[in-house]
Design a protein. Structure first.
Length: 92
């Protein structure tokens, strides 16, 4: 199964350092192939399970990203990543 999610990153640091690390840790909990693209900068696809790939996306606060997951737990992966982003990566 293939699923897709468009979401805006509201964390002040975007997907840098700690938020990127949490994003990758969450993605790695799932078997599905998960890719991310920074729609704001029209970036290439990046492997959501690689910290270097995520950091090279240059996602800043207010950027829209699309997360694509393909596999048996794709829906669960997207829900977990969406919750992480919407919760501002557990920060105030």
């Amino acid at each position: 199964m293939k699923s897709k999610l468009n979401i805006t990153v509201s964390h002040p640091a975007g997907l840098h350092a700690r938020p990127a690390s949490l994003f990758v840790q969450t993605a790695n909990k799932f078997n599905s192939d998960i890719q991310v693209q920074n729609l704001t900068d029209n970036s290439d696809l990046a492997n959501a399970k690689s910290i270097l790939s995520i950091l090279t996306l240059g996602v800043c606060q207010g950027h829209e990203i699309v997360i694509t997951a393909e596999g048996d737990d794709a829906e669960d992966a997207l829900k977990a990543l969406e919750a992480l982003i919407e919760d501002n990566f557990g920060e105030e």
